[in-house]
Design a protein around this ligand. Structure first.
Ligand code: ATP
Ligand code: MG
Length: 605
């Protein structure tokens, strides 16, 4: 059994010079079978720094931002720069510990790589420019270029290149908790999107794609356990692999109103809106005509105006989205008038990078903007999958001013390629079930990188036949700060935070109602010791403040249990215990109170 010493006992020994007192040692030993958490001397609030506020910051919109500040857990230093106050850091560290345990359980090895990295590595991977303005760049006194790492693929791959020789050295999983620096364009919501934050980033190294699949699956299971243990509501969704490519990715999402991501959900289906696909509801089309017929639409440019004037559904119009690819060719993406282009999906459907065509390019190669259409256009046409012509005819632009064509039949009147590039809408279906779209915070992600970093940075191994092969890599990130913020968003109520048990700054918030010298204070002092002995990390509010202030702070901070020692209940030799989530209170006999509180704590969410 590991003997864990609290810093208080170490301090006591330093003060007295007699070593750790036996009572403290017994008290502390019992902790080793008890809750996970960082051990520190459990504070008395009269000596602690918990700068609670009645009012949220004026610029705070997200609930977690307001409550983190009001509960005294974080403080702003600058744009996107935040300090964690002592109680906030305790919650953060509990999250870190859960992640660490689950990473270690899949055989991952913790290490630490530097924040500051040579720019040269980023040049070799091609990300020095590709990362864009989010990358902090600096120069040292010798004019050497450096970057502040937003992530560590370049560094870890360089290590792999040096250490991995043969197939016998693989597989391996390395990870660290390290501060990340990102010049986010829009830092927001306190720690939800900051410019400096701690990330757990892990990297797997395998011989081949099958090996990567195994490492990826291990991480997926570890992530399931991490988010379950943190007490979050969460799900994993299919994610975009990004412009750099990759072999698969999932994001771990915590649904809540402050989330910046939209997730599309149906029974058995969950995907980021960025990549989601679904069936569009049928749209009533006017009849197809024997040939397209011109209709005058003077001054009508929007879908709504044209549909209104021609008395057809907006979905009976086809709208055009002209784009120019890297090779300078123009492609006309066409989709239903009631749908929107999803640029990520369009990029995937085109298999190329693109930009919207300029007015001049449209004018030169198609016709006047505002009335663009596919009939007679001498360009590639990509038709969205939701455009179906089951006997009906569409309305399209005529590539001439103030004119549209109606009765148009795709295939007959213009040639096309197919693609799925529209944004899913609520009302669409997957497997016959209507989808729901809800906002969520991305708390983590897993990504099959493949060989792009190993090829760029020369991380190879010799296979069984002695030939050199690139290492197959995966990367796996989690933001502990986002877990904390997501938990606040998901479980807070009108009075404040309600932490999941496993990540609360303290297990118990002990409130003594009497003033210094009062009888209830003596009982509370003793209970405080007993709660700690029972292994409960306890914040003891021993301040000479009124009950209103003490209760308000306890509700705001949101520890799973609030234990109150007050004169009224003491008369019956009882104390009061309130379960924070749901705010249900009960009295508990003073005798054996610590054990009862421990049992109640174990039952909390
Ligand atoms: P986002 O799309 O939200 O910007 P990302 O794709 O840039 O996230 P990664 O680079 O994969 O995120 O980082 C892994 C994890 O780090 C994220 O899942 C998230 O939990 C956390 N994270 C990323 N950016 C930030 C940030 N600016 N502030 C706090 N945590 C962050
Ligand atoms: Mg980002």
């Amino acid at each position: 059994m590991v003997l864990l010493l609290s810093s208080r006992s170490i301090r006591a020994s330093a003060d007295s010079g007699t070593g750790v007192s036996s009572t403290r040692q017994t008290a502390v030993t019992s902790r080793s079978v008890l809750p996970v958490g960082t051990l520190a001397r459990m504070p008395r609030l009269s000596e602690y720094l918990l700068p609670t506020e009645r009012e949220p910051p004026a610029d705070a919109e997200a609930l977690s931002h307001k409550l983190l500040v009001r509960a005294g857990l974080v403080r702003q230093v600058g744009a996107g720069l935040w300090s964690w106050m002592p109680a906030g850091w305790r919650a953060h560290q509990r999250i870190v510990q859960i992640i660490r345990e689950e990473m270690n359980a899949i055989g991952a090895m913790e290490m630490l790589m530097p924040i500051m990295q040579p720019a040269e590595l980023w040049r070799r991977s091609g990300r020095y420019d590709a990362f864009g303005d989010e990358l902090f760049k600096l120069e040292d006194r010798k004019q050497a270029d450096l970057v502040l790492g937003p992530t560590s693929e370049e560094v870890v791959t360089t290590h792999a290149a040096a250490f991995v020789r043969s197939y016998r050295d693989l597989p391996k999983i390395l990870y660290h908790f390290q501060t990340k620096e990102r010049d986010e364009p829009r830092p927001r919501a306190a720690v939800l999107r900051s410019r400096e934050f701690v990330m757990k980033d892990a990297y797997s190294f395998d011989r081949d794609r099958a090996g990567l699949d195994v490492s990826y699956e291990k991480h997926a299971r570890a992530y399931d356990r991490i988010f379950d243990r943190c007490g979050l509501e969460w799900y994993s969704v299919e994610a975009d692999v990004g412009a750099m490519g990759g072999f698969g990715a999932h994001e771990y999402m915590a649904p809540c109103p402050a989330g910046e991501n939209d997730v599309v959900l149906a029974p058995g289906y969950a995907a980021n809106l960025e990549v989601a696909s679904a069936q569009a509801p049928h749209v009533e089309l006017p009849p197809a005509l024997a040939a397209p017929e011109e209709v005058a639409t003077p001054g009508l440019t929007t879908i709504a105006e044209v549909a209104g004037a021609l008395e057809v559904a907006e979905g009976a119009l086809l709208k055009a989205y002209p784009v120019v690819l890297n090779d300078d060719s123009l492609v006309l993406a066409m989709l239903r008038g009631d749908h929107k282009v999803n640029e990520i999906k369009l990029g995937l459907a085109l298999g190329a990078q693109f930009r919207p065509a300029t007015a001049q390019e449209i004018e030169e190669r198609l016709g006047p903007p505002g009335s663009i259409g596919p009939v007679g256009a001498q360009v590639r046409i990509l038709l969205d999958d939701a455009v179906v012509a089951d006997g009906g005819g569409y309305v399209v632009g005529a590539n001439r001013p103030n004119l549209h064509l109606r009765g148009v039949v795709p295939g007959r009147d213009f040639a096309y390629e197919r693609g799925d590039f529209r944004t899913v809408l609520s009302g669409d279906t997957v497997g016959g079930h209507a989808v729901r779209i809800e906002p969520a915070i991305e708390v983590g992600n897993i990504f099959k990188l493949g060989t792009r970093y190993s090829v760029a940075l020369g991380a190879n191994y010799l296979d069984q036949s002695g030939s050199s092969q690139p290492i197959w890599m995966g990367c796996y990130g989690i933001g502990p700060a986002r877990i904390a913020a997501a938990a606040i968003e998901q479980f807070a109520d009108a009075s404040g935070i309600s932490w999941p048990r496993a990540i609360a700054p303290f297990d118990v918030h002990l409130v003594s109602l009497g003033k210094e010298g009062a009888e209830e204070r003596a009982y509370a002092d003793r209970l405080y010791e007993e709660l700690e002995t029972a292994g409960l990390q306890t914040l003891y509010d021993d301040r000479d403040a009124g009950p209103g202030e003490k209760f308000a702070d306890a509700e705001l901070l949101g520890c799973p249990l609030r234990v109150t020692v007050g004169r009224r209940t003491l008369q019956n030799r009882e104390i009061e215990v309130q379960v924070r989530r749901g705010q249900e209170s009960r009295t508990v006999p003073l005798d054996g109170a610590a054990a009862t509180v421990f049992d109640l704590w174990r039952e909390t969410a």
